[in-house]
Design a protein around this ligand. Structure first.
Ligand code: 13P
Ligand code: SF4
Length: 390
């Protein structure tokens, strides 16, 4: 076959031009901590990984597989040697999600898995607040995050000091905090929620406190979407997810016009007018389940870009229209930094014990609220409600 320059495979642009020799390409390392040649595509690696390729064949061209297989093999070996697990959020890229993730899911699902695992080390395939949540729930385990820079625009929109001031200003009103927040914010909150259980948590804490008003933060849009689903009055904070806030109602109308009959699923971090234009709204898990259960002919997921890749793998008969909004924080997690973080046991996430105990209560109280998952879905036909934003 000899040498050839390749930039397309199966009619798909692969984003770069690669030199391929006898069907194998030398993909340069993406991370100086894993220099070229350290992890090689040996016969042992090939034998141990060949069966994995089919899962990602839509995303990794065959001739690039020799660049992925050694690192996938090395991570899977390290996990066994060190009794480690990888919790991979639905927004991880397909290589992480399907080749090395031990548990995959939404924020609530990963938090629950953290409480169940008997591993000594948890590597969080997700952003910093998710790793902190694992540490809050599992103080005796080492929790590692491959990149300390994997933040979240919602988590950085509010501090524990802000919560103290809000509580002074609104005494007697429970503070429900989205898990997309730092440990100090959780520690000052009355209870946490995720996009799966937000409505149920708001209703449950108001019943416990005997009140009909709640402060829900930091996501303004999630709070507004929740307010429409319940008789409870909601006071919101002005945080936004930089990924979901970019979707507009006009985008949805344009996508419907360009793709007649398409089913539109939205995450509740999207603006309320986007939710109102969608067919279904729920957490990342709820969106994934919807596609699996209903098998729409074609579908749009209004959420982070990699999610469609992962749901598409499990639903090869469904066509995905892919508006691609990437979360820059989630995308800081790569196979390479997962490998070096586990190999060198670096980037450990720590939470001061007094803060952890208070945050633990807020997270555990949330996990203990039993709810009907269908109540976690947002009815797009309900009218907008006035929500005070502080
Ligand atoms: P889920 O809990 O629905 O997975 O959402 C997490 C998140 O960060 C969405 O942007
Ligand atoms: Fe945060 Fe939005 Fe990224 Fe989720 S998608 S981690 S809410 S910035």
């Amino acid at each position: 076959m000899g040498k050839e320059l390749v930039n397309w495979e199966n009619g798909r642009w692969i984003g770069q031009t690669l030199e391929v020799e006898n069907g194998v390409c030398a993909v340069p390392s993406r991370d100086p901590a894993v220099p070229d040649g350290v992890l090689e595509y040996t016969d042992e690696v090939k034998a141990a990984t060949d069966h994995l390729y089919d899962q990602v064949s839509d995303f990794i061209p065959k001739f690039e597989w020799p660049a992925f297989a050694p690192i996938v093999h090395a991570i899977n070996k390290l996990k066994k040697e060190k009794n480690a697990v990888i919790l991979a959020h639905n927004y991880m890229t397909p290589d992480i999600f399907s080749l090395i993730g031990d548990y995959t899911g939404d924020s609530l699902g990963l938090a629950i898995e953290a409480t169940k695992t008997d591993a000594d080390i948890i590597v969080q395939g997700g952003v910093h607040f998710m790793a902190e949540t694992s540490k809050i729930l599992c103080p005796d385990k080492r929790v590692l995050i491959p990149s300390m820079r994997a933040g979240c625009s919602l988590a950085s929109s509010i501090t524990g000091e802000d919560i103290k001031l809000i509580k002074q200003r609104y005494p007697g009103i429970p503070v429900v905090t989205y898990v997309n927040t730092s440990a100090d914010v959780k520690a000052e909150s009355d209870i946490c929620c995720t996009s799966s259980n937000a409505v149920a948590i708001v209703e449950s804490i108001c019943a416990d406190w005997g009140v009909d008003k709640v402060i829900m933060l930091p996501d303004e849009f999630l709070a507004k979407n929740v307010a429409k689903q319940t008789g409870i009055e909601v006071i919101a904070w002005h945080g936004r997810c930089e990924v979901h806030a970019r979707f507009s109602a006009q985008d949805v109308r344009d996508m419907r016009e360009a793709n007649p009959g398409v089913v539109v699923l939205a995450h509740p971090e999207c603006p309320p007018e986007v939710v109102a234009e969608s067919d279904f709204t729920g957490s990342t898990k709820a969106m994934s389940d919807y596609v699996g259960d209903h098998k729409p002919k074609n579908v749009i997921l209004l959420t982070e870009c990699s999610m469609s890749d992962n749901v598409a793998m499990a639903n090869p008969d469904v066509d995905f229209v892919r508006p691609c909004n990437l979360c820059p924080h989630m995308k800081r997690i790569t196979l390479e930094n997962i490998y070096t973080c586990l190999r060198d046991e670096v980037h450990e996430v720590l939470v001061p014990e007094d803060m952890r105990e208070k945050a633990f209560k807020a997270v555990m109280d949330m996990i203990n609220v039993k709810f009907d998952p269908v109540k976690g879905h947002f009815d797009p036909t309900l009218p907008e409600k006035d929500v005070k934003v502080i």
